[in-house]
Write a protein that binds this ligand. Structure first.
Ligand code: SAM
Length: 243
């Protein structure tokens, strides 16, 4: 592959992912809208609705990036609640923090630079953890899932929103064409950054499918794990509980 993605070691993958997100941070929001035809907004809306988040809850928006989910959670949890946006990449956090500040979202949001594999929070801290389009970028996903499990309160839940495997053959083929041809070209023309968008396509194809991810969540202790396919399985929302 372009980045030698399958063969690179852990440190190299971390460096490469860091490079990609430093590079795309400034244009991340507009590219998201263009590349998904705005549909990422619906996927995120679905996630918020499925989260059953309540006023007063403590929420971790992991790999929170430019803060789309954080903003919604901040509205719902209110003054008594708290939202922590954690991300490994300071460029993404900076774009997210500035955007939310400018929109008047202050008071119940905290920004933390952290690696999902080693979360700097006490055990049993959060009612809800979300990771949207983040898990596929994490080098050691089992370690990240175990770390999330640790920081959830008993009774808390994890929602993973991530690209997955389209369920129909024709959709799979169309999607392959889109992600390997059209997407990197859009990245080149609009963001002048073909490599980063090529990496994104490749990382999507390498990510575990619906049932594999479900098994990985169960392996670290999550219970009642279920998933919902969105847009024919292009994206899936996994939910699991810590009891
Ligand atoms: N959640 C946001 C959204 O849905 O728009 C941002 C998603 S963006 C595609 C992926 C994010 O994952 C980036 O901001 C990146 O810095 C972050 N990330 C990658 N590896 C990470 C890790 N090991 N720990 C925490 N965040 C990570």
């Amino acid at each position: 592959t372009h980045f030698g993605y399958q063969t690179i070691d852990k440190q190299d993958k971390e460096k490469m992912v860091a490079g990609v997100f430093h590079s795309v941070a400034a244009k991340y929001d507009i590219m998201n809208d263009l590349m998904s035809f705005g549909v990422h907004r619906l996927w995120k809306r679905y996630t918020i609705d499925a989260s059953a988040v309540r006023p007063g809850n403590k929420v971790l928006d992991l790999a929170g990036g430019t803060g789309d989910l954080t903003r919604k959670f901040s509205e719902i949890v209110g003054e008594q609640g708290q939202v922590v946006l954690a991300d490994i990449n300071d460029s993404m956090i900076k774009v997210g923090r500035e955007k939310l500040h400018n929109q008047g979202y202050v008071g119940n949001i905290e920004y933390v630079q952290a690696n999902a594999e080693a979360l700097p929070f006490a055990d049993n801290t959060f009612d809800l953890v979300t990771i949207a389009f983040g898990l596929r970028n994490v080098t050691n996903k089992d370690k990240a899932l175990a770390s999330i499990f640790r920081v959830l309160k008993p009774g808390g839940r994890l929602l993973v929103l991530e690209f997955s495997k389209p369920q129909q053959d024709w959709l799979n083929k169309a999607y392959d064409f889109y992600s390997f041809n059209i997407l990197p070209t859009m990245g080149q023309v609009i963001a002048n950054d073909k490599d980063s968008y090529q990496y994104l396509s490749e990382s999507i194809r390498m990510h575990p499918d619906q049932d594999t991810l479900k098994g990985m969540m169960e392996e670290v202790g999550f219970e009642q794990v279920q998933y919902t396919n969105l847009t024919g399985g292009i994206v899936a929302l996994h939910k699991g509980f810590k009891f």
